[in-house]
Design a protein around this ligand. Structure first.
Ligand SMILES: Nc1ncnc2c1ncn2[C@@H]1O[C@H](COP(=O)(O)OP(=O)(O)O)[C@@H](O)[C@H]1O
Ligand SMILES: [Mg+2]
Length: 290
């Protein structure tokens, strides 16, 4: 007999032998990508999904901080060849996997074989997860481009702030015109009212539809909530620190919606993770990976 969690996992994962990829991106920084990634990851894991979080912000990685974790090793060290990738993988609450980012990553000496080995390692490491959730740095960095191109779902985060919305649209425009195969979801964060969030979403949806012929699904909105600021100061994820606050209620709804959407879409790109990783390394460090 399969239990409920196992049934859910099968529904989300579909027939694929590798996890679905959900890439979280934004035009501007400080809009809440890491907050959404960390808490969404935790909530989906608490519902029985096997989720692996990847901090692809190699400039200012902080996913581990938001989760209140203290990783022994980082992806940066694995990329430098200092430790195997499996030793970087940290297991958080509900079996949530976390690959923490790294600062001052030095990859100049990576050979093509090492890139291939790292690709194999990553694929083997995440094979048993249902979802690979990637928290990107702001704007159009190399990582965003690569992880968006390999994603099944791109989750764009914006606030109602006009600059955040404009930059978010700019990022989507670039990605949509450059081979985006992912379905696109939107989260409006730090809203002051439901009305405000809906209006912001509609503006982006209309522009994307009209000028880019790109459908954008509003997956949720999260109110501005001081509980998130307090949780961040304490270095705890808000779903643990203040499980009943308004932001967590909204994150809970978001998690439900994301889960439904993941169930409803077949995996787009088989083998995407391996080529994604190669490309990521190649693009970042001039190795010419394809
Ligand atoms: N809904 C919210 N209400 C209040 N503060 C928020 C909210 N979402 C995020 N924040 C705060 O905004 C700051 C930036 O969030 P973060 O997730 O690090 O953004 P990003 O990853 O996009 O740079 C953090 O201090 C975080 O606690
Ligand atoms: Mg961040």
């Amino acid at each position: 007999m399969i239990d409920q969690a196992e049934g859910l996992r099968r529904l989300v994962r579909g027939r694929s032998s590798s996890p679905k990829i959900l890439t979280v991106a934004s035009g501007k920084g400080g809009v809440g990508k890491t907050t959404v990634s960390a808490n969404l990851g935790l909530l989906l894991a608490s519902r029985g999904l096997r989720v692996c979080l990847f901090d692809a912000d190699l400039g200012l990685p902080n996913l581990d901080l938001v989760l209140g974790l203290n990783p022994k090793h980082t992806v940066g060290e694995a990329l430098s060849g200092d430790v195997p990738l499996r030793e970087v993988l940290l297991t958080g609450p509900y079996g949530l996997g976390i690959l923490a980012g790294g600062r001052d990553v030095n990859l100049a000496h990576l050979s093509f074989e090492q890139v291939e080995n790292l690709a194999e390692e990553l694929v083997a490491l995440v094979r048993d997860y249902d979802l690979f959730l990637v928290d990107c740095g702001a704007g159009l960095g190399v990582a965003v481009h690569t992880f968006a191109a390999a994603a099944d779902w791109l989750l764009l985060v914006t606030t109602p702030d006009p600059a955040s919305l404009t930059d978010g649209y700019g990022l989507l425009k670039y990605l949509a015109q450059n081979d985006l195969k992912a379905s696109v979801g939107l989260v409006v964060n730090q809203t002051r009212s439901f009305h405000e969030g809906r209006e912001v979403a509609q503006r982006l949806q209309l522009a994307a539809d009209h000028f880019l012929a790109q459908k954008v699904h509003l997956l949720g909105q999260i109110p501005y909530d001081d509980a998130l600021v307090r949780a961040a100061r304490k270095g705890e994820p808000v779903v643990k620190n203040a499980p009943r606050c308004l932001a967590v209620q909204a994150l809970g709804k978001l998690a439900e919606t994301v889960e439904e959407q993941l169930r409803g879409t077949e995996k787009r790109q088989q083998g995407g993770l391996r080529s994604l990783w190669r490309k990521f390394l190649g693009l970042n460090f001039g190795l010419g990976g394809k």
